[in-house]
Design a protein. Structure first.
Length: 215
């Protein structure tokens, strides 16, 4: 830091104009530092909000998976394992999932389009040889899939927020530990230089006055 400060000092002319420019830059840097600190704190709050949300989503997902497998077992008890497996071959492939993003304080958070649930025989299998319990099991597993998408969306948000928090912290630290101290050191140098010039000018004028009085 000392080396960088010296490089800046030696590259700037110690004039009053430069001092005014430097003071303005320092004020802007300090305001920018304060705003970035506020942004960092807000991002950290959002990050922990999503962390808490993840705990709830994971807990709900475990319950939905348990319920879905219970429904599947009931359907197999009525239709037999082979009957359920045969019906599954008639189900159409899942459509592509659309993914968008929304911006939260500079972090692009992924948004997964909600998957519409199918009802009744829209899944592809017919009435013959199937049971209502199969529909219940299919609905439960579709709910599981929707919840997995929510959890994936949440995990993506956590990753992006963590990245933005880290990036903002680096900028805050750079301003706080490097840029603002450099500006402060350069400002002090110029102020000391100008004060020295004023003292020299004062003594020179005093000396000239004394010489004139001796004449």
């Amino acid at each position: 830091m000392v080396k960088l400060a010296r490089e800046i000092i030696t590259s700037i002319r110690p004039t009053r104009m430069e001092l005014l420019k430097l003071r303005k830059r320092r004020v802007l840097a300090e305001k920018g530092h304060d705003l970035l600190e506020e942004k960092r704190d807000a991002l950290v709050m959002e990050f922990f909000k999503f962390i808490e949300m993840r705990r709830e989503l994971k807990k709900e997902l475990e319950e939905k998976i348990k319920r879905a497998y219970e429904s599947l077992i009931e359907a197999q008890m009525i239709m037999g394992r082979s009957g359920v497996e045969g019906a599954s071959y008639s189900v159409a492939e899942m459509a592509d999932v659309a993914v968008d993003t929304k911006n939260i304080m500079g972090a692009n958070i992924p948004i997964i389009e909600e998957m519409p649930l199918q009802e009744g025989r829209e899944r592809g299998y017919g009435y013959a040889g199937t049971s209502v319990k199969l529909d219940e099991a299919a609905s439960c597993f579709e709910e599981v899939l929707k919840h997995i998408f929510k959890l994936a969306e949440n995990d993506g948000a956590i990753r992006m927020l963590a990245h933005e928090v880290e990036k903002t912290k680096r900028r805050v630290n750079a301003l706080e530990n490097v840029f603002i101290p450099q500006l402060s050191a350069t400002q002090n140098y110029i102020e000391m230089h100008l004060e020295e010039l004023e003292r020299e000018d004062f003594f020179r004028r005093k000396r000239i006055k004394a010489l004139l009085e001796e004449m």
